[in-house]
Design a protein around this ligand. Structure first.
Ligand code: FES
Length: 111
């Protein structure tokens, strides 16, 4: 059974245009980026060797490149265009009353 929860990631002012941040939320590592006026939420650690996507480089078109070995990921779908079959989870994200909110299914974390 899924257990979708809405989590406060940060305040809107802490994530200006063109930036990406990551943090641990309820046992999940989550990154949120604001690019082109749009928000993206996805797994905060690179699946290759666990680099923090907070150090990643935002690319045109809604991609992020990992800072360690330059694998590139779509922030919309989570798919990696540098390694076949590799992806990161993506999460619904929205902005409400000055806060950035991420929805995550915590059922796999809490038995
Ligand atoms: S740790 Fe991200 S590409 Fe290697």
């Amino acid at each position: 059974m899924s257990q979708i929860e809405t989590l406060v990631f940060c305040s809107s002012e802490d994530l200006p245009e063109g930036t990406v941040k990551s943090r641990a939320m309820e046992g999940l590592s989550v990154a949120v980026a604001r690019q082109g006026g749009r928000l993206y939420a996805f797994g905060g650690m690179c699946p290759h060797q666990h680099a923090d996507f907070a150090d990643g480089m935002l690319e045109p078109g809604g991609d992020i490149t990992c800072s360690w070995h330059l694998w590139r990921f779509s922030m919309s779908t989570g798919e990696c265009s540098s390694a076949e079959g590799v992806s990161v989870p993506v999460y619904p994200v929205r902005e409400e009353e000055g806060e950035i909110l991420v929805e995550a299914d915590l059922s796999r974390l809490r038995p």
